[in-house]
Design a protein around this ligand. Structure first.
Ligand SMILES: Cc1ncc(COP(=O)(O)O)c(C=O)c1O
Length: 476
């Protein structure tokens, strides 16, 4: 170990300067760097002794403190710095700053999966509230794993969840209780692309003193930034579009830093009253969002992540950072191809209905155009005419689309939600989620759109042939 402080692994990682953007706003126009610039540069300034232009992987479990006082103060949360990689890591810190920047948030927390991001985002609100009862209001159109978490594991913990139709604004208001710790929804519901009126739901929740948590996995900050529409906290499965290449599982929580926990301090005692566990500090006094340390995120990191351990490995953070560098290009191209393919499928005899709000006849077309003027992403669903019997024929006839339970990949993927991603839902839950037995979900990748169209056409022809055979010789 060298004595030169510049060459030691410091507890505050000065080599990774927490600059949110590479350059300040242009003095003449007031315009800062665009998203495509920030997705490559935000949160990292090359400046290590090695001057690596890309973000290094800090493959270290723990960190050496400069001296006794810095160890004591870092543990006491009065000094920012690395302690142990379960709670934070310098590579992960760049990912946190980059995603916070892209979403327009005050700070972020990287986690081992999107599932962990959803769980920790909500459990940190439970932690902030202290002893129960605890209640959430959630959309009934959610990714299946999130439905499992909220409907099953949260029930095991005695945390109640009321599921509402995300398009029924009055239902959100009616479901709120004194014990409600948050409302939770997806900016674009998976898999039938339900787009709730985020602003209206946020106004209802805020009037009741309740924070709004939005899963923005499907939209990505390229197409929608929920914090600009009233959300307080954003979560991502970074496994999907942010990574894009299907190589790493990861999640991120972004805090807008805008929800005022001190407005009703009695509701959030772990944030607004002296903390017995953390040396008597009051989180809302001690943390002002500087360096991404908002009261909510510090509690989530120091308590929820520390206690439960859903840590992101720095190698995976590095994969996600690489993916983010091309996020904007990928999302725009995939979104465009998906809309073209939805238009192709719409109106075909073999297709009963296409769930894509970008189509003019879709009931939410106008709301979606207002909220998502640049498109709705690359995942959409459609119902096969002919019902569940033809699903297997269709899926097995596809050659380019891979049968994979994932979305947001550069490869085009297909899945049958009723028997895979959403198979744990009962018939009523499936109906609430808008999923039929003949619903097929596609996630459109970066292949040539003509090849994808041809693959779909070929599989639909296989369905037509199979139905003709089943109907008998007269109709052939
Ligand atoms: C919208 C959404 N949120 C959260 C998750 C969970 O993410 P992960 O698979 O990274 O745990 C998924 C996974 O499919 C998802 O689609």
């Amino acid at each position: 170990m060298t004595d030169d402080p510049a060459e030691r692994t410091p507890s505050m990682t000065p080599d990774i300067v927490p600059t949110p953007t590479p350059h300040g706003a242009d003095a003449a126009t007031g315009r800062g760097p665009g998203l495509a610039t920030r997705q490559i540069h935000a949160g990292y300034t090359p400046g290590t002794p090695q001057n690596t232009v890309t973000v290094p992987i800090y493959q270290s479990v723990a960190y050496e403190f400069d001296d006794f006082a810095s160890a004591r103060d870092t543990f006491a949360l009065s000094r920012p710095g690395n302690i142990y990689s379960r709670n934070g890591n310098p590579t992960n810190a760049v990912l946190e700053r980059r995603v916070a920047d892209l979403e327009g948030g005050a700070g972020a927390l990287a986690l081992g999966s999107g599932q962990a991001a959803v769980a920790v985002a909500l459990l940190a609100l439970v932690a902030a509230a202290g002893p129960g009862p605890h209640h959430f209001v959630a959309s009934n159109k959610l990714y299946g794993g999130t439905s499992d978490l909220l409907g099953d594991s949260f029930a095991d913990l005695g945390i109640e969840v009321t599921f509402v139709d995300p398009l029924d604004t009055a239902a959100w208001a009616a479901a709120l209780r004194e014990s409600t710790r948050g409302v939770f929804l997806e900016s674009i519901g998976n898999p039938v692309l339900t787009v709730p009126d985020l602003r209206a739901i946020a106004e209802i929740a805020h009037a009741a003193g309740v924070p709004v948590v939005v899963d923005n996995t499907m939209a990505t900050p390229v197409l929608l930034r929920p914090l600009e529409h009233g959300a307080d906290i954003v979560v991502h499965s970074a496994t999907k579009y942010l990574g894009g290449h299907g190589t790493a599982i990861a999640g991120v929580i972004v805090d807008g830093g805008t929800f005022d926990f001190t407005a009703r301090p009695g509701r959030w005692p772990a944030l607004t009253e002296p903390s017995a566990r953390f040396g008597g500090i009051v989180f809302t006094d001690a943390f002002d969002g500087q360096d991404g340390r908002t009261p909510y995120l510090v509690l989530a990191r120091a308590k929820s992540v520390h206690d439960l351990g859903p840590t992101l490995a720095p190698g995976s953070a590095s994969q996600i950072l690489l993916g983010i560098e091309t996020l904007e290009l990928r999302v725009r191209r995939q979104t465009q191809t998906a809309l073209e393919l939805a238009r192709f499928l719409d109106g075909l005899d073999e297709v009963e209905r296409v769930h894509h709000p970008g189509l003019a006849g879709h009931p939410e077309h106008e709301l979606v155009r207002r909220l998502l003027p640049e498109g709705i992403g690359s995942v959409f669903s459609f119902d096969l005419a002919g019902g569940p019997d033809v699903v297997e024929t269709f899926i097995d006839a596809l050659e380019l689309f891979a049968l994979v339970a994932n979305i947001g990949d550069v490869r085009s993927l297909v899945v049958h939600p009723a028997t895979t991603t959403h198979s744990r839902l009962d018939a009523a839950g499936r109906a609430d989620a808008g999923i039929g037995l003949a619903t097929i979900r596609l996630s459109i990748g970066l292949e040539d759109p003509d090849d994808l169209r041809a693959d779909l056409a070929h599989a639909l022809q296989a369905v037509t042939r199979a139905r003709a055979v089943a109907a008998g010789p007269a109709t052939r």
